[in-house]
Design a protein around this ligand. Structure first.
Ligand SMILES: [Zn+2]
Length: 347
């Protein structure tokens, strides 16, 4: 049994090598294989262990270890979080083995072959993926099609009836596409409506699939809900990736994408905006759906982490004020506005 929450993957996986700098060792393979075994999926779906292992190794290798954030460690982290949500009472008593298989597969593959830049970057640089997917959920479509490619190459489901295999691929796509953050409000509104109407019926396969989509979305952005030390490291990694994109955009005289300009942003203001406008609204609804100790713990960490970033920004702003008072050529207003977090008024 894996620990529920707040434990780093290094703890979860014991002696398995999990290095931030080295692409995470074999954490994704080891964790996903362990969970397949834990849920009895290998026997239930008559999976060939050699094919499964080869498939998982191919997945891990398809993640780019040079990406500071979107690498195999993130995929392992999301898979671990997904496991925690699958164990929540409402889900564990209603999900089928097929739901669990798809949920874990989607978590492990949801950012497959991520290039380390975002969709607007691919569109403005006329990347072939943007043309292939008509500028719509470009990355998510690519992650899904990459996962399908590896599934077929490994032959993991080749013993299943063709129709079942295609159905699995389609459902996997629907889960991965739900992680497109630009469609956040669409999913959140639907979730809120179901919760207001109290009409989610987990005996209904469509409703279970929708809950799996929401669980995967939570797992994907749950870093701000982890304990501070861990959460802070993820924040640093994602900011490093954003700023790296910004540096490329500057080098090639492209418009610098929002959040990617290291001169105009800090980790703190990016995180506070993200927590306020994206993470908090999602996890507040998740806690309404699954009112458990885990949900309360996550919201507790989120509040504490936000307060920590706010405190750091205030210190920074204080420093800027002091500097402004001392140096006549630096207007105090500029010093303040640069340090002001996006969501500070609501915190
Ligand atoms: Zn992700």
């Amino acid at each position: 049994m894996l620990p529920a929450w707040g434990h780093q993957l290094a703890t979860v996986l014991g002696s398995v090598c999990v290095g931030w700098g080295g692409g995470g060792g074999s954490a994704l393979v080891t964790l996903t294989f362990h969970l397949f075994n834990h849920y009895g999926l290998i026997e239930l779906f008559r999976l060939d262990m050699v094919k499964l292992r080869r498939f998982l190794v191919m997945i891990q290798e398809d993640y780019h270890s040079r990406n500071p954030y979107h690498n195999a460690v993130h995929a392992a982290d999301v898979t671990q979080a997904m496991y925690c949500y699958l164990q929540e009472p409402k889900l564990s008593k209603s999900l089928t083995s097929c739901d669990i298989l798809l949920g874990l597969l989607a978590a492990a593959t949801h950012d497959l072959d991520h290039p380390g830049v975002n969709e607007p970057f691919l569109i403005k640089t006329n990347h072939y993926l943007a043309a292939l997917y008509k500028n719509t959920s470009v990355l998510e479509n690519h992650h899904w099609r990459s996962a399908v490619g590896l599934l077929r190459e490994s032959g993991l489901f080749s013993h299943l009836p063709a129709e079942d295999g295609l159905n699995m691929e389609r459902q996997l796509g629907s889960l991965i596409l739900a992680t497109d953050i630009s469609r956040q409000n669409e999913y959140l509104s639907k979730f809120r409506e179901h919760l207001d109407n109290e009409d989610l019926c987990l005996a209904n396969a469509c409703h279970r699939h929708f809950v799996l989509q929401m669980a995967l979305k939570c797992a994907d952005i749950c870093n701000p809900c982890r304990p501070w030390e861990l959460s802070k490291q993820w924040s640093e990694k994602v900011t490093e990736e954003f700023f790296h994109q910004g540096d490329i955009e500057k080098r090639y005289k492209l418009e610098v994408s929002p959040l990617c300009d290291s001169q105009a942003n800090t980790i703190g203001n990016i995180q506070i905006g993200f927590m306020t406008y994206v993470v908090e609204p999602l996890f507040a609804e998740w806690a309404r759906f699954s009112d458990t100790r885990l949900s309360r713990t996550m919201l507790g960490h989120l509040g504490l982490n936000k307060a920590s970033w706010s405190g750091m920004l205030q210190e920074l702003a204080g420093g800027a004020d002091d500097g402004a008072q001392e140096g006549a050529e630096v207007p105090a207003e500029d010093g303040n506005s640069k340090a002001l977090p996006q969501g500070s008024k609501e915190s």
